[in-house]
Design a protein around this ligand. Structure first.
Ligand SMILES: [Zn+2]
Ligand SMILES: [Zn+2]
Length: 594
């Protein structure tokens, strides 16, 4: 069904209008109280995933019915040292807890499920979570790591199911292709129209490049639901062409397996379960035993095996402790850490720190994963160390041994032309990725003025014949998880960590007589990451002199107010050091009174 005639140009509002000069302040959107009247509108509020890759979370709201899609986390950035994860900000949902009718989880990757243990208690542990079998097991297994987290109410759904979420909202589910089995797209049926929510996806091609009929049928079927707005992922939008055929990847890995004389080591993501399943099949074909290295890989493979997504004959997957019993040409090690992650298994193997695997001449290593931008350097080091130890390393640059889970331009265009929505809201990805998706949409027949680039926290009103990106915003700034604490890492802490990392620190230890407030000994000065004290004796002496000056100004016989003294030292020594060195180390005063 072609619905071009129902498309309406948006008066005075185009995707360009939501453009802003800088991204930084936006990520810290505090939220404005300016409520826009929303009678008859479906409200869409992205809480994450629209100005980054990760922490995906979308909120749809009709009257007092709220539906959430995905609750993911984001891995830390360079400017957030010491942070484990970044999660979506749910401040705006807390007063509306009772209105949340359901959560849909599209697939089992951490950028879609990862924030559940941190947020579910805040939002209400009894909210039904709708997801597929495999995703359910992965969510449950992860929840086990959080002993105090509530038991979840998970409702499993499958391709073709239609679920009534609330009075005005029904959702129909569709199987889509990604790098983990059991990934779904959702068509949300609302009074303003049907919304297609298509997260991470790609199209499967055979070796000749013909798309899989199953994928084509799926998006045709979604299109037959008369889609008002398509929400489509954008991660691969800037990449030209179509997805590398998984069959080709499998064929290439197969030929490398056939060629390998010694041991085989394949590095990949623990969440790349579709690939793992192919590799298990190939290992069996080449009569090799599989040894898993990496905790997350072991858990995921076990879950996928239990559910039948990975079919391994008994005795194919063996504990790594038993590896020594087998000849080299019977061994295949599957390992995590192909991104050069410092603590992952492959890095330990490369550094000679692995308990069971030591690289030797004749080993073949295949990195079956894409290089995440920013990880180029650690991967080079990893490759270097592995090669130095005598292994031969293969990566996608030499031969296609990986296909991304995020469809590039042609895949996205195929989806758009099959679904034929009136409007498009690109999701998942930085502004430039989403903007690229808008350009693709124009090629696929969706006029640019019908595509909308929305920022995290920005409220969108959707009406039967139009979309309005309002001025209303909700808080969408980062919530950081440090260890097991959520959101307790404030900006101040972040600034301190940055200062420590970039400028180092200087500790000033002042020992005073409690009664007189006078020095008992000369101030001690310790510096880390700032200057070498030995080479800067003059500066150190000057700092000491200044400290004595500060103390000297405190009237005699008056006991010392240590907080006051500390802030005096911090300010004055800080300024002094800056004037001398043009650097701002963290000044840490320690006042000891005896
Ligand atoms: Zn994914
Ligand atoms: Zn994702």
């Amino acid at each position: 069904m072609v619905k071009t005639e129902t498309r309406h140009a948006q008066k005075g509002r185009s995707s360009r209008q939501s453009q802003r000069p800088s991204r930084r302040p936006l990520r810290h959107t505090q939220g404005s109280s300016k409520q826009t009247p929303s009678k008859g509108a479906l409200r869409f509020i992205p809480l994450g995933g629209l100005e980054e890759v990760g922490r995906n979370m979308s909120v749809f709201e009709y009257e007092n019915e709220i539906l959430i899609i995905d609750m993911g986390l984001q891995f830390p950035e360079d400017d957030t040292p010491g942070i484990d994860y970044i999660i979506p900000n749910v401040t705006s949902l807390i007063p509306r807890k009772k209105d949340i009718r359901g959560i849909i989880i599209t697939h089992g990757h951490y950028d879609h499920i990862g924030a559940i243990p941190y947020l579910i208690d805040t939002l209400g542990g009894d909210i039904p979570i709708y997801t597929t079998d495999l995703t359910k097991e992965i969510i449950k297994r992860r929840q086990d790591d959080f002993p105090r987290a509530p038991k979840l109410k998970i409702v499993t759904v499958k391709d073709g199911d239609v679920v009534k979420i609330s009075q005005h909202i029904d959702v129909e589910f569709f199987d889509i292709t990604h790098t983990i089995p059991d990934a779904i797209a959702a068509v949300i049926k609302t009074p303003i129209g049907n919304i297609a929510y298509c997260t991470d996806l790609k199209i499967n091609y055979d070796i000749k490049g013909t798309p899989d009929q199953k994928d084509i049928d799926t998006f045709k079927k979604i299109g037959s639901r008369h889609i008002h707005t398509l929400f489509l992922e954008s991660t691969g939008a800037e990449k030209a062409g179509k997805s590398v055929s998984e069959d080709l990847v499998k064929q290439n890995i197969d030929s490398l397996f056939a060629k390998a004389q010694g041991r085989l080591i394949v590095g990949l993501f623990a969440s790349l379960l579709t690939r793992v399943s192919d590799i298990v099949e190939l290992a069996q074909k080449h009569d090799r035993k599989i040894f898993l290295s990496g905790f997350s890989l072991k858990t995921n493979v076990q879950i996928a095996q239990n559910l039948g997504y990975i079919k391994a004959k008994k005795g194919t997957i063996l504990p790594i402790e038993e590896m020594h019993k087998y000849k080299d040409d019977k061994i295949l090690v599957l390992s995590t850490g192909a991104q050069g992650e410092p603590n992952a298994s492959l890095m330990r193997i490369a550094n000679g720190e692995h308990k069971y695997v030591e690289i030797k001449r004749g080993d073949t290593i295949i990195f079956s994963s894409s290089v995440i931008p920013g990880n180029e350097r650690p991967i080079q080091i990893l490759k270097d160390n592995l090669t130095r130890s005598g292994a031969r390393v293969y990566q996608t640059e030499h031969i296609d041994v990986h296909s991304s889970g995020h469809g590039p331009a042609e895949d996205l265009k195929t989806v758009m032309s099959l679904v034929q929505p009136t409007f498009l809201i690109p999701i998942h990805g930085w502004y430039f990725m989403r903007a690229a998706n808008v350009r693709l949409a124009a090629e696929a027949g969706i006029p640019e003025h019908n595509s909308f680039l929305v920022d995290n926290g920005q409220v969108v009103h959707m009406y039967p014949d139009k979309i309005l990106v309002t001025q209303e915003t909700v808080p969408a700034f980062y919530v950081m998880v440090d260890g097991l604490g959520v959101g307790d890492v404030e900006e101040v802490v972040m600034r301190d960590r940055l200062a420590l990392a970039q400028e180092g620190m200087m500790v000033v230890i002042v020992t005073l007589d409690r009664r007189t407030g006078r020095f008992i000994k000369n101030p001690d000065i310790i510096s880390r990451g700032f200057i070498l004290l030995k080479e800067n004796k003059e500066l150190v002496e000057d700092v000491r002199k200044r400290i004595r000056g500060i103390i000297g100004k405190i009237p005699r016989l008056q006991s010392v107010e240590s907080d006051y003294l500390k802030s005096m030292i911090r300010d004055q020594i800080g300024t002094f050091v800056y004037n001398k060195t043009k650097r701002r180390p963290m000044i840490l005063p320690v006042v000891i009174e005896v």
